[in-house]
Design a protein around this ligand. Structure first.
Ligand code: G3H
Ligand code: 13P
Ligand code: ZN
Length: 312
């Protein structure tokens, strides 16, 4: 199967009350870990590339890695998506360069400007058979060098979503309901709670329309412990409770973004490897268990968080 857009995937996910995992990729081991789990679990998948990933690994290397995954996993549909496209030019480069989906993230701009930028990307993307995710509302945390303080973050206003979607023509919408980027999403000792009232209100205004959640890592405490037990220092790293993500995926949320959890699995595994084998220096020896743990983490997400196993 060649790379696909997310159109069909989202339609089935919406109707089937599950979500597609959108995992960030930065190198070969991450691509392999994710897609091997998806192939074995027969799950459709979105592989997403941020501006930072393109700067780190180079656009062409990432596209070729994803194309290799498509060739190795012909049974499952795979989308190649630009995560947090910062401007029209970056979106255009990805549309021209083999991506099947882009996000234009103008959520930090005033409403009218967000509409204007998003509409321009949608026109170009649709002319080229590519779909577009847009965002309304601001998540706290760090995304591609832009850091949004918790007090500057704001929830999506449901009263704005119909006008935004109809004026931009975007294919899916990322909303802010209390998730945030990175490994420190909630304060220790507090009770993490997503704003399902906002999600339900948005869904009522946009029946049948796919909603996206960013910042949806659950920050597995086993990996936080593995990091802290092996020389790391990540006190108070807390993520989104998985049951709440599962609940969101039964509603209108069709795409759930996960990056930090992959990083924790990789870093924890490698830190532990070096604690146990201080004499080793062959990257294959520590990247192999890191890749295997990414695969198991993704398998867990597919089955217990997204519910998209067996849906390819
Ligand atoms: O939302 C941001 C993603 O986790 C990508 O992170 O910009 O460090 O590649 P990055
Ligand atoms: P996390 O930091 O929670 O993994 O979120 C990733 C994300 O939203 C990528 O766009
Ligand atoms: Zn994001």
């Amino acid at each position: 199967m060649a790379l696909v857009t997310s159109k069909e995937m989202f339609k089935k996910a919406y109707e089937g009350h599950y979500a597609i995992g959108a995992f960030n990729v930065n190198n070969m081991e991450i691509v392999q870990g994710i897609t091997e789990a998806c192939r074995e679990e027969k799950a459709p998948v979105i592989l997403q590339v941020s501006k930072g990933a393109r700067a780190y690994a180079n656009h062409t290397y990432l596209v070729k890695l994803v194309e290799a995954a498509v060739q190795e996993c012909p049974e499952i549909p795979i989308v190649l998506h630009l995560d947090h496209g910062p401007d029209f030019e970056t979106c255009k480069a990805c549309i021209d360069g083999g991506f099947t989906s882009v996000m234009i993230d103008a959520s930090s701009k005033p409403f009218a400007e967000n509409i204007e930028i998003t509409r321009k990307v949608v026109e170009y993307a649709h002319d080229h058979g590519v779909v577009v995710e847009a965002e309304l509302g601001a998540l706290a945390g760090v995304e591609d060098e832009v850091s949004v303080d918790a007090d500057k973050a704001f929830y999506t206003r449901p009263e704005e979503v119909e006008e935004f979607v109809s004026k931009t023509g975007c294919d899916s919408l990322a909303i802010a309901i209390g998730t945030s980027h990175g490994a420190y999403k909630f304060k220790p000792g507090t009770n993490p709670q997503l704003r399902f009232d906002i999600l339900e209100e948005v869904s009522r205004k946009l029946p049948g329309f796919p909603i996206v959640l960013h910042g949806s890592s659950s920050v597995p405490q086993d990996y936080v412990k593995m990091i802290n037990d092996n020389g790391g220092k990540m006190p108070g790293a807390i993520g989104v409770p998985e049951e709440q993500l599962r609940q969101a995926s039964r509603l209108s949320v069709c795409k759930i973004n996960i990056d930090s959890d992959l990083r924790l699995a990789m870093t924890g595994t490698i830190r532990q490897f070096f604690s146990e084998h201080p004499d080793k220096f062959d990257p294959r020896e520590y990247l192999k268990p890191a890749r295997a743990n990414i695969k198991e983490l993704v398998r867990h997400k597919l089955i217990h968080v997204l519910g998209c196993n067996g849906k390819a």
